[in-house]
Design a protein around this ligand. Structure first.
Ligand code: 5GP
Ligand code: ZN
Length: 115
């Protein structure tokens, strides 16, 4: 596994910073967002440090797909009948942690288009 010692999510994956982990396999760790925007708000991250979804698509489409597969499993475990998945890619659209993460949100109704 390749970690960045200064990265918040690398520290969570390694257990150096506490988080409520809800799913883990070889490629993916999922934990609850510290500031949930919906009754279910889980972040799914790869177990290697990559800044964003575009970089991960180039490096490993398999791991990129594994994030979504894991999101579906977490959504099913939570009993969600609908959910939203979001990658924020770049500061201009709200990315604040530069270790790629898929947001899984559900448990309330959502509007479209997003803000
Ligand atoms: P972004 O804005 O990069 O798309 O999403 C980053 C997310 O990480 C935010 O929703 C934020 O609430 C969450 N977050 C930031 N710091 C922590 C933390 O220390 N623990 C957890 N579990 N989530 C965090
Ligand atoms: Zn990282």
């Amino acid at each position: 596994m390749e970690f960045d010692p200064d990265c918040l999510f690398c520290k969570i994956i390694q257990g150096k910073i506490p988080a409520e982990i809800v799913f883990r396999n070889e490629n993916v760790v999922a934990f609850r967002d510290i500031t949930p925007q919906a009754p279910t708000h889980v972040l799914l991250v790869p177990t290697l440090h990559v800044a964003n979804a575009g970089d991960l698509a180039k490096l490993s489409p398999t791991v990129l797909g594994a994030l979504f597969t894991a999101a579906c499993e977490v959504a099913a475990s939570a009993g969600l009948d609908g959910y939203r998945t979001v990658f924020n890619t770049g500061e201009s659209v709200g990315q604040s942690v530069f270790h790629v993460h898929l947001h899984l949100l559900g448990g309330r109704s959502f509007s479209w288009p997003p803000g």
